[in-house]
Write a protein that binds this ligand. Structure first.
Ligand SMILES: [Zn+2]
Length: 148
């Protein structure tokens, strides 16, 4: 049996959950600085009637483990922003919040997932060039104003 590697985004723990009759969800279950559980995308796969849950689990573990390992847990090595940093969009629409994850594509090698401060739970993705660090502000919304 192959073991599940840590979450490729934050280095946290990953876990399977049975989410349907023959369906598994694999995701990060690490508690994020934002207080939310898990980061990044989750992977849902159905076995249908052909495949058993064991088969699914093996397959999903393989795929999960094949993704690039994280350089250092929780800090997207070599990136400008880190998990938990407050950033905002430089121009265009307004979006500000905390970095909750990273992504990387051919076009955008350094991309960030930013959770809105005003609407917790809403996450948008932006390339690094679209973001700037946002100095900590006294509470602008009705969040609890906890200091890190
Ligand atoms: Zn994670």
């Amino acid at each position: 049996m192959t073991t599940l590697k840590p979450c490729p985004f934050c280095g946290g723990e990953a876990a399977f959950e049975q989410t349907g009759k023959n369906e598994l969800t694999l995701r990060c279950v690490e508690i994020q600085p934002s207080g939310l559980r898990g980061c990044g995308p989750k992977y849902v796969q159905k076995g249908g009637i052909r495949f058993t849950l064991e088969w699914l689990q093996g397959k999903m573990t393989e795929n999960w483990n094949r993704r690039a390992p994280i350089p250092e847990a929780g800090n997207g090595d070599g990136r400008t922003f880190r998990i938990g940093d407050r950033v905002r969009k430089i121009k265009g629409s307004s979006w500000q919040g905390k970095v909750v994850g990273f992504y990387s594509t051919k076009l955008t090698p350094d991309g960030y997932c930013v959770e809105s401060e005003r609407e917790p739970g809403s996450v948008q993705i932006y390339p690094e060039s679209a973001l700037e660090v946002f100095p900590p502000l006294p509470s602008i919304s009705n969040d609890e104003g906890k200091d890190a």
